[in-house]
Design a protein around this ligand. Structure first.
Ligand code: KG4
Ligand code: ZN
Length: 334
């Protein structure tokens, strides 16, 4: 089954062709990072306009790289949420037009669930398992008993970890997106600064305290005209941010007697996070799964991967009769 998948929830315009849920025939991503970098983060209206300008060319490139014609597409899948409203609408409307023109089923895909599915492309992961979804907008430990119904069992009470990486980067004068830059500089630093005095013991994730502590620390040094050692700040912040998620994830696996732990989302590209989770999984006799780096940040291949299982479960959308079915959440207004 050949799925044409579309992702436009944030600042990447992406189209992929995926066969049978795991064979990626093409995955094209047109990133807007260079534009949003100028503003220190994603500007929603600029993101929407750029999706409109790029989506048709990205679609054509995806077909050509996959070596298929439009007539060979069996279904069209699209991210309908979560994400930026205006950005999502571009992908959803493109998908609807295409599905209608080809007279093929339309499969609405949840962005967070799609991140989890990046593992089905890169690894031999099958449910049941726990998956830590860590991205710019989300931090949640999900229980996946079957492909189509992941359930959050631990969430963040405030910020997402990726947002925290981005804000720490900004206060340190590093470019957006902050995650890769923070992790690069952390390698050169000493994790000798303690930002949060009390260890994190609760059963939920929390990042606003750590984020504020880093920002206040930098501002105080700047006020006193003291030297800001960005490498040490990055190393110390990263260590604390990661300790929290690793310890909660492993303890949930143990409590629930689940022997498989996966990660997904942009922050799952973080080298220290991957190494620490792998280490703890080995110590606790848990199998560890992580997507290839190219499928960690936003892409459409993961959308196509999940769409295959949704289709098999008859979770398609009859957009001609009821548009609300493709937009069941308030993230998108059609
Ligand atoms: O999944 P994603 O592309 O978009 C969302 O769905 O949010 O994730 C983007 C986030 C950004 O916050 C970015 O800074 C972070 O992932 N990120 C990283 C790394 N690569 C990307 N964070 C830490 N370390 C990385 N290597
Ligand atoms: Zn994402």
């Amino acid at each position: 089954m050949i799925v044409l998948a579309i992702e436009s929830s944030c600042d990447e315009t992406a189209v992929a062709v995926v066969e049978d849920g795991f064979r990626v025939l093409s995955s094209v991503i047109s990133s807007q990072i260079d534009i949003h970098k100028l503003y220190g983060g994603v500007v929603p209206e600029i993101a929407s306009r750029n999706h409109v300008e790029r989506i048709d060319a990205v679609f054509k490139e995806a077909l050509s790289k996959a070596g298929i014609k439009k007539s060979q597409i069996d279904a069209v899948a699209v991210t309908y949420g979560a994400g930026l409203l205006g950005a999502l609408i571009v992908g959803v409307n493109f998908a609807k037009g295409l599905a209608m023109a080809l007279n093929k089923p339309l499969i609405p895909v949840n962005h967070i669930h799609a991140h989890i599915a990046a593992n089905y492309i890169s690894t031999k992961l099958v449910p049941p398992f726990l998956c830590l979804v860590v991205s710019g907008g989300h931090t949640a430990l999900m229980e996946v008993k079957d492909y189509t119904k992941p359930k959050a069992i631990v969430s963040t009470t405030d910020d997402a970890i990726g947002e925290c990486f981005d804000k720490v980067a900004r206060v340190c004068g590093l470019d957006y997106p902050g995650g890769p830059n923070v992790s690069k500089l952390a390698k050169l630093g000493n994790p000798n600064i303690k930002f949060v005095l009390k260890p994190h013991k609760s059963k939920s994730f929390s990042y606003s305290g750590l984020k504020t502590a880093v920002i206040n620390y930098v501002h105080k040094l700047q006020q006193k005209n003291e030297k800001v050692v960005v490498e040490d700040i990055c190393a110390s912040f990263q260590k604390e941010a990661i300790e929290q998620i690793v310890s909660i994830s492993i303890s949930e696996c143990k409590q629930r007697n689940i022997k498989k732990l996966a990660i997904a989302g942009g922050v799952s590209a973080n080298e220290l996070l991957r190494t620490e989770l792998q280490k703890q999984c080995i110590l606790n006799n848990i199998e560890f799964f992580a997507p290839n780096l190219s499928y960690c940040t936003d892409n459409a291949a993961m959308v196509g991967a999940l769409a295959y299982f949704l289709f098999k479960n008859q979770q398609t959308s009859n957009f001609e009769r009821n548009q609300s079915k493709i937009a069941p959440v308030s993230t998108i207004a059609l």
